[in-house]
Write a protein that binds this ligand. Structure first.
Ligand SMILES: Cc1cc2nc3c(=O)[nH]c(=O)nc-3n(C[C@H](O)[C@H](O)[C@H](O)COP(=O)(O)OP(=O)(O)OC[C@H]3O[C@@H](n4cnc5c(N)ncnc54)[C@H](O)[C@@H]3O)c2cc1C
Length: 335
C-alpha cells in the first residue's frame, strides 16, 4: 500500500427505502471543512448503493458532494451486510480514498468494520469530532472508558482512514438548489447473501416524533421518583409542543424505550429548547445534548454538573416546580 496513492474524502450515502440518512448531509458538510484544512485538493465524494437510487444524487450534490459514485443492483435494494461490505471494499480498492466517513448508525456500525477488515486498514468507531492537527494529520475524537476520557485517534500508516461518526455532531451546509457534480456509475456484480433470508420486515413505530427531530424536549433522569411524575413530564411536553426524552436510568428501569434516551449510547440531540428534570449531567448524557440552543435544568443539588452547560437553572425539587410550571402555562393559555 502506497499512502500517497490515496486521495479524496468519501461519505457513505446511507439510504433506506430511498430516504437518505440526515447524517450523510452532516458528514458532507464536515468533509468540506476537512478538505479546506488538508489543503483543498481532496474531492468530496458520496458513495451511494441501492437499487433505483440514482434520483438521490441531486440531493447529495445540493448538500456538498462534488462526485457521486452510484452502484445499483437488485441485491443492494435492502441493506445486507456482506453484499454492501463487498461492494464498498471493492470500490475503495479501485478509487483509493484517503478518508472514508460513515454514519454511526446501525448500518454504518455494521458495515464499517467489515470493510475495514477487507481493506486491512484502521477504523475509529463512534467519533464525536473530526479535525486536522497542525502536522496535517487527520484526527478523530471518540469517548472511551465509559466516556470518562476523550481519545484523539490517528491512522498514520494505513488507508483509507475510516471513521463512523455520531449523528448530529455536525450541521449540514445550507442546500444549494440545482447544484450538480460528477456522477460515476459503477456496474457491480452482487451475489445475494445466502447465509440468511429476510422473511418479514416491520417498520419500527415511534410514539411521537423521534427526539433527534424535535425542537423542544422535556427530559427526565433518575431523580424522577414515580411514573405519575413521568406522566407530568409528558403533560409539560405536550403543553409546549415537545417530546419527552430521558437520561439512561429511565430506560434501564423500563419506564421509557431506548429511542427516548439522550447521550453517548442513545441519541445526540440539538433542539432549540431542552428542559432537564433531575438529571445530574454525566459526561455520557452531556455529550448527547450540550449543543442544544437553550438548556434549562432543574436539580435540587446545587453544583450538579448539568449546570455547567445550562443557560438557565433552578436549584429546586422538581416535584414542587414541575406542577407549578404546568399550572402557570395552562393559566396563561386560558388567559
Ligand atoms: C458506556 C456508557 C454509556 C452511557 N451512555 C449513557 C447515555 O447515552 N445517556 C445517559 O443518560 N447515560 C449514559 N450512561 C450512564 C451515565 O454514566 C450516568 O449514569 C447517567 O447519565 C446518570 O443519569 P441521571 O443523571 O439521570 O442520574 P444521576 O446521576 O443519579 O442523577 C440524578 C440527579 O437527580 C437529582 N435529583 C434527585 N431527586 C431530585 C428531585 N426531587 N428534584 C430535583 N433533582 C433531583 C440529583 O441531584 C441528581 O443530580 C452511560 C454509561 C456508560 C458507562
Amino acid at each position: 500500500m502506497v499512502k500517497e496513492d490515496y486521495k479524496g474524502i468519501w461519505v457513505f450515502a446511507e439510504q433506506e427505502q430511498g430516504i437518505l440518512s440526515p447524517t450523510v448531509f452532516e458528514l458532507l458538510a464536515k468533509s468540506h471543512d476537512l478538505k479546506a484544512k488538508l489543503g483543498g485538493s481532496d474531492e468530496v465524494t458520496a458513495v451511494l448503493l441501492g437499487s433505483d437510487v440514482r434520483g438521490l444524487a441531486g440531493r447529495l450534490f445540493e448538500y456538498g458532494a462534488e462526485n457521486v459514485i452510484i452502484a445499483e443492483h437488485a441485491n443492494l435494494a435492502e441493506y445486507s451486510t456482506r453484499p454492501y461490505a463487498n461492494v464498498l471494499a471493492g470500490l475503495a480498492e479501485k478509487y483509493k480514498p484517503s478518508i472514508f466517513l460513515l454514519p454511526a448508525s446501525p448500518t454504518g456500525r455494521d458495515v464499517a468494520p467489515r470493510v475495514m477488515c477487507k481493506l486491512l486498514t484502521g477504523l475509529t468507531a463512534d467519533a464525536i469530532d473530526l479535525d486536522v492537527d497542525e502536522d496535517g494529520t487527520f484526527v478523530q475524537t471518540t469517548p472511551n472508558f465509559g466516556g470518562n476520557i476523550l481519545s484523539h485517534i490517528a491512522i498514520p500508516e494505513r488507508r483509507p482512514q475510516m471513521v463512523t461518526v455520531h449523528p448530529k455532531v455536525f450541521s449540514p451546509l445550507a442546500p444549494v438548489s440545482g447544484a450538480t457534480g460528477r456522477i460515476i456509475t459503477e456496474t457491480v456484480e452482487v451475489e445475494a447473501d445466502s447465509a440468511y433470508q429476510v422473511l418479514e420486515s416491520t417498520p419500527r413505530v415511534f410514539a411521537g416524533k423521534p427526539i433527534a427531530e424535535s425542537d423542544v424536549l422535556v427530559a427526565g433522569g433518575r431523580g424522577i421518583k414515580t411514573e405519575e411524575d413521568l406522566a407530568m413530564l409528558g403533560e409539560l411536553a405536550e403543553l409546549i409542543g415537545g417530546q419527552v426524552a430521558c437520561a439512561r436510568p429511565l430506560v434501564d428501569c423500563g419506564w421509557l424505550p431506548h429511542e427516548k434516551q439522550i447521550g453517548q449510547s442513545g441519541t445526540t440531540v440539538k433542539p432549540k429548547f431542552v428542559i432537564n428534570f433531575a438529571i445530574s449531567g454525566s459526561v455520557q448524557y452531556l455529550s448527547g445534548m450540550q449543543d442544544s440552543k437553550c438548556i434549562v435544568s432543574v436539580n435540587h443539588t446545587k453544583g450538579a454538573p448539568i449546570y455547567d452547560v445550562s443557560h438557565y437553572g433552578a436549584v429546586e425539587d422538581y416535584a414542587k416546580l414541575l406542577p407549578a410550571i404546568i399550572d402557570e402555562i395552562k393559566a396563561r393559555k386560558q388567559a
